[in-house]
Every structure is written in C-alpha cells, then in structure tokens.
Design a protein around this ligand. Structure first.
Ligand code: FAD
Length: 450
C-alpha cells in the first residue's frame, strides 16, 4: 500500500453527471466496472455530514490547494441536534436543513453518490453505481446506521398511533404533534442496548414532554411518564448521572433500568421489553399511550464488512490520532469511528482539527502531531428553559468550556442550545473555524479542578 502522495496530474475533463466540482476535477484513469472513467483525488472523504464537512474544511483552512472530494449522496444537509427542538415544538424542521452544495467547502469537489465498498488495499472506494474513486488519503465519516428493523413491529408502527422517534427527521414533527395532543395515560421513552448518537437525546425529549404535560396541556395529573432504558444508570458520567437523578425525582418520572425494547404491538398499544434481572432475562409487556423510541444503532453495513472495520464494526482508528490502526493513509472521525467517546457533533468538532493536523503530517511522511482527548458534549435539556451542558472527555473526565459548575441546570445554557449552537455549527464548525469558547480556557484552568 502506498502512503506517499502521488503527483497531481490534472486533466481537463467532463466530470460524471453526479460530480459537482467546486474546485478542480479529479484525475481520469482507466475505466471502472461500469465503464465510467476511474476518478482519482488526493483526499477522498466518505460522508458529507457534520464530521466529513468539518474535516474537509479544516484541511482546506490549513492548505488551500489540496484536492479533496467529498462523496455524499444526499442533496440536503441536516443539523440533527435541532431535531430535539423540532420534537419539542421549539423550532420548525426547515430551520435545520440546508442544501448540501452550500456546505461543501470552497475548493472541494462534491461527488453525489453513495459508497458501497471500501477497498483500502487498492486505495479506492466503489460507489453503488460502480464508479471507482481512487485516493492517496481517505477520511471515513458516513455516520451511524439506524437499525429500526431490529425492533419488531417498529418500522410499520412509526409515525402514527403515538409511536414516534426524534432519530428521524421524518418523525420529529410527529413527536411534537403527539406531545401537544396527548390526552393523558402512559408515556414511555426508551433507550437501547447499543451505542447511539447523542446519548442524551432520549431523555431531553422526555423532559420537554413532561413539562408540556405538567405545565402546558394540563394532562399531567392523568399521566405516567416512564424512562425505560437498557442501561444500568441514567448517564455514563457519574456527576451528570447524579444531576439527572435529581431531575427525574423532581418530576416524578419512573425509571426502569435494564429494560431493552424488543417489539411494538400497535394494535394493543404494548411495548415488549427484554428485562435483565438477577435471575436472567425475562419478557415484560408495558402499555403505552405514546412511546418515543431511541432505536438500536450500529456502524454502517458497508463499513462493517470492509477491511477497515475493527471490533464492533466501527472504523478502527487510534483513539488519540484518529489514524487507522492498519492503514496509515486512512483516517476516521464522527459517529462511524471507533473513538470510544459519546457520539455527537460536538465530538466531531473537536476531532476535525486533530485529524487535519495528523493527515497533513502523514502527507509529509511525519508522525502524528495532534491528539484528541475524547471531548464530547451532550446539551441535556431538562425542561423548557433549563439545560445541563454535559461536556466530558475520555474516562468520563469533566471538560467544561465555561467557568461554571457544568452539572447545574441553567437557563443560559438552554439559550446557548437553542440559539448559539446552531449558529456555531453552520458558521464556524462547518467552515473549519475555531470555536470561540476557547477564550475561557485560561479562566477554566483557575476555576475547575477537573
Ligand atoms: P452524520 O452527520 O450523520 O453524517 C453522515 C453523512 O454520511 C450523511 O450526510 C450521510 O448521508 C452520509 N453517508 C451515509 N452513508 C454513506 C455512504 N454509503 N456513502 C457516502 N456517504 C454516506 N450532537 C451534538 O453535538 N449535540 C446534540 O445536542 C445532539 N443532539 C442530537 C439529537 C438527535 C435527535 C440526533 C439524531 C442527533 C444528535 N446529535 C447531537 C448527534 C449528531 O447529530 C451526530 O453525532 C453527528 O451528526 C455525527 O456526525 P457524522 O458526520 O459522523 O454523521
């Protein structure tokens, strides 16, 4: 496997129909499986979501003349953290959608296609249409796969009869419709047994719903809210878990640990859980009048079956350098990577500059120069007007950006989630710019002992 940069031999060519060149064309070579010309780019990014766009933008901020192609099938880009706000009736979905072409960094090429195969032994990827795209360096960032089908009856039940999920843009508006029109009864919120993106999202929507039931729609007295989670605690980091325990206690929410949703029976409004007890596993059926499901998730299938996959199917990268453990010209970040931290856009924001530094070092045959500390952030909405900004790094180490106690519910942090973070995403993160909260770093060192 070659890890040196091939000289750029740019030719004028008509790009394939699905390629939008916002810079320079790729290099045409032999023909691929479907007689489309083989394309070559110096750096190929698989996935133009939060992580892929940020990584490409960070690279181009550092070196303008890089030849980067981003392979992304969708013509829309979604700010997924906004889906919680949609489900809670705080903002419309349209606020969190932009055309993909508007987020492709200037100088990068967008190839509108879906990758079907990763072939790192030949430094190439192959799209669903059979197009072969060769690279010198590869960044793998296709996000996480949502395995709706692993819950029996769920795909058919979603979007009606009070069955919903903010994990799809298609159902987030229905979440709000369901909460708003809820007439009382049992409202269940679930959390699965797999890693998921934004581990706080299943609780955030529950606290918003509970707020509506208690203080807006008035159905609270006739309503039981249940959090049914496959996990043994409310949150992976003990300090934030303790803060959330107070929230559920104050709200009178019943928490059922080690409850893993297995099936939905919409005809009888039953949710079937596999419950782990001291005596083994047992099946428990709970009645629901509405249910918000956080579905099981996994690495995308084409990643799982590729040579790049490691344990669990994720792209197997070094947890500090983001470089692949076996293919040094391959890097990964975001939800599809094996990075052992909570999968969030905030994590990708901190990973992208590390990846850019280390990929540029690799291009000069130098060892990695930057290290990722596992930073991630889950803005835990605990009601309309309150939020715990749960920032942490590897080992559950608290990593607050602000000189304030991060375990406290705050109105200021709620405002940051609703107004500031979306702005930062579109205008700073996706543009490869620095995050302004870094200005608090010197004060944080004095205030925090984490
Ligand atoms: P994505 O942003 O999902 O992008 C992956 C991209 O890859 C997509 O554009 C997709 O079309 C593309 N792709 C997929 N398959 C292929 C293929 N075969 N070939 C080419 N391209 C492909 N994060 C936070 O930081 N804070 C929050 O408050 C927060 N709340 C959330 C709430 C909800 C309801 C949800 C759903 C997510 C939330 N997140 C939050 C998580 C955050 O959105 C993700 O962690 C983040 O988007 C991950 O970035 P990514 O680029 O790895 O994946």
């Amino acid at each position: 496997m070659s890890t040196t940069t091939k000289p750029m031999e740019l030719k004028t060519q008509s790009p394939p129909a699905s390629t939008q060149t916002n810079g320079r064309p790729g290099v045409e070579g032999s023909t691929s499986r479907t007689s489309q010309p083989v394309i070559h780019h110096q750096i190929v990014v698989v996935g133009g979501g939060a992580a892929g766009i940020s990584a490409a933008a960070q690279l181009l901020e550092r070196k303008r003349n890089l030849d980067i192609a981003i392979i992304e099938p969708s013509d829309k880009h979604y700010y997924q953290p906004g889906w919680t706000l949609v489900g809670g009736g705080i903002a419309p979905l349209a606020k969190f959608i932009r055309d993909e072409r508007t987020v492709i960094p200037k100088g990068a090429t967008w190839i509108q296609a879906r990758v079907a195969e990763l072939d790192p032994d030949h430094n190439r990827v192959i799209t669903e249409s059979g197009q072969i795209i060769e690279y010198d360096y590869l960044i793998v960032a296709p996000g996480i796969q949502i395995d709706w089908h692993l819950i029996e009856g769920l795909p058919e039940a979603l979007g009606k009869g009070g069955v919903t999920s903010n994990y799809s843009k298609d159902y987030a508006p229905y979440t709000w419709e369901t909460i708003r029109n809820f007439k009382g009864g049992t409202a269940i919120f679930t959390y699965p047994a797999t890693p998921i993106k934004c581990g706080g999202a299943p609780q955030k929507i529950m606290y918003l719903a509970d707020d509506v039931f208690k203080s807006k729609s008035g159905v609270g007295v006739n309503t039981k809210v249940l959090f049914c989670t496959a996990t043994p605690t409310l949150f992976a980091v003990p300090e934030y878990s303790a803060a959330l325990e107070k929230v559920v206690e104050r709200r009178g929410i019943q928490v059922k640990f080690k409850h893993n949703l297995k099936a939905i029976r919409p005809e009888t409004q039953e949710a079937i859980f596999e419950v782990t007890t001291d005596n083994g596993k047992e099946e428990v059926s709970l009645h629901y009048d509405m249910i918000h499901v956080a579905p099981p998730m996994s690495a995308p299938d084409f990643v799982k079956r590729s040579p790049l996959a490691g344990p669990g199917g994720w792209v197997d990268v070094d947890k500090a350098t983001l470089q692949h453990t076996r293919y040094p010209n391959v890097f990964s970040l975001g939800d599809a990577s094996s990075l052992p931290t909570s999968k969030t856009a905030a994590a990708a924001r901190k990973q992208a500059p590390v990846l850019a530094e280390n990929l540029l070092a690799a291009m000069q045959s130098k060892p990695p120069v930057a290290q990722y500390d596992g930073y991630t952030c889950c803005p835990l909405i605990t009601g309309y007007n309150s939020l715990i900004m749960a920032e942490f790094a590897y080992g559950g180490k608290l990593a607050p950006s602000f000189p304030l106690d991060p375990t406290r519910e705050r109105y200021s942090m709620y405002l940051a989630k609703v107004h500031l973070l979306p702005w930062l995403y579109w205008n700073r993160m996706l543009k490869g710019k620095k995050f302004e909260a870094d200005i608090f770093k010197p004060i944080n060192k004095l205030v925090h002992r984490y």
